[in-house]
Ligand binder design. Structure first.
Ligand code: COA
Length: 325
């Protein structure tokens, strides 16, 4: 059995924050943000929670599929901004969509969360344990961003999107292979220090602003292009394909310059690269499925296309997958 993406879906919160809005909040400019990141706007969930965004994305996926909520067997939510420390956000999504025959859990692999989750759902389906899975990346990063720190607050956004993965009796289609990496020597590159078992909730962690994202952006940037290009080559080698066979590259949308750098390094024309960072910003685990959903619904990705997914995230995780759509 292979696992094939049979539907996609997405949800973006209504509120839009422009670079000009940010100019009024921190010492930054539309020009700097556009030039250094490619971002023009981002969506902000000021009223909705992560599970609410994920449930709306799940309902969109179901609407675009031939299944109903009661048919779903597994729900995986990739997120670094869960509804609560416990229980898993997946359970709130299960309740909101009424998928009571499923079991669910969350995965935290930062911006690689969607690809990590896809690999888990793929393995469950290939093993025969389940016949289908909803795999959703959902984030409300605006709630863990330090709105006083211009080096981070300008790059993140909120949203949710995902796919329905279903078993198919055809090993030439679907997820052909995936490669995942992590390196725990770099956990200080991007971290939300508190609250957790090391720094439980206290007045001190709030005063130190340790409840917000802290990132060494420039050091992260330097490692990203080489890692993403390398893992993409690895997964293509495993399935006997090369970059010339790729119809679409759908990357984690962290920075337009990173994506362009990867495309240049591997010799891929930018007209085969999906870009959504201009209007979504960096939505961590939601960014790849948001880009996939847009690329599929806008008619770019078509049946039979070879789609290369690749990601890079804190701290550090990186991964790639090859899909025959
Ligand atoms: N507006 C204006 N100036 C800003 C700014 C902002 N929002 N943020 C930082 N700057 C300034 C810095 O203070 C620095 O000023 P200085 O030269 O006077 O010291 C200058 O811009 C350059 O800062 P630097 O951090 O080197 O910028 P950069 O080109 O690396 O861009 C990021 C910053 C964050 C956009 C970029 O490093 C990046 O995208 N990194 C990767 C992020 C990532 O992938 N995260 C991990 C997982 S998703």
């Amino acid at each position: 059995m292979n696992a094939k993406i049979t539907a996609t879906g997405a949800y973006l919160p209504e509120k839009i924050m422009t670079n000009f809005d940010l100019e009024k909040m921190v010492d930054t400019s539309d020009e700097w943000i556009k030039q250094r990141t490619g971002i023009e706007i981002r969506h902000i969930a000021d009223k909705e929670t992560t599970a609410e965004l994920a449930a709306k994305a799940a309902l969109d996926i179901l609407k675009n599929s031939r299944l109903s909520a009661s048919d779903i067997e597994l729900i995986i939510i990739a997120t670094v901004t869960p509804e609560h420390p416990l229980p898993a956000t997946a359970l709130f999504v299960q309740e909101k969509i009424g998928a009571y025959n499923a079991f669910g859990f969350d995965i935290n692999a930062a911006c690689s969360g969607f690809t990590y989750s896809l690999s888990v759902a793929n393995a469950y389906i290939r093993s025969g344990m389940v016949k289908n899975a909803l795999v959703i990346g959902a984030e409300t990063l605006s709630k863990i961003v330090d709105w006083q720190d211009r080096s981070t607050c300008v790059i993140f956004g909120d949203g949710a999107a995902g796919v329905l993965l279903e078993a198919v009796d055809d090993d030439s289609v679907g997820v052909l292979d995936m490669v995942l990496h992590s390196d725990g020597r770099y956990t200080d590159l991007m971290i939300v220090p508190a609250p957790g078992s090391r720094y439980p909730c206290s007045e001190e962690v709030i005063k130190n602003r340790d409840i917000y994202i802290k990132m060494k952006g420039n050091e992260t940037f330097k490692m990203a292009i080489r890692s993403i290009a390398g893992v993409s080559q690895e997964v293509l080698d495993r399935v006997g394909l090369n970059f010339g066979d790729v119809d679409w590259m759908v990357s984690h949308q962290a920075n337009r310059r990173i994506i362009e750098g990867v495309a240049k390094r591997v010799g891929l024309d930018m007209n085969k690269v999906i870009i959504t960072i201009d209007r979504h910003a960096n939505t961590a685990a939601a960014s790849i499925p948001l880009a996939l959903d847009w690329a599929y619904k806008s008619g770019k990705i078509k049946e039979g296309d070879i789609v290369l997914l690749n990601s890079f995230g804190a701290s550090l995780t990186w991964s790639a997958g090859v899909i025959r759509w």
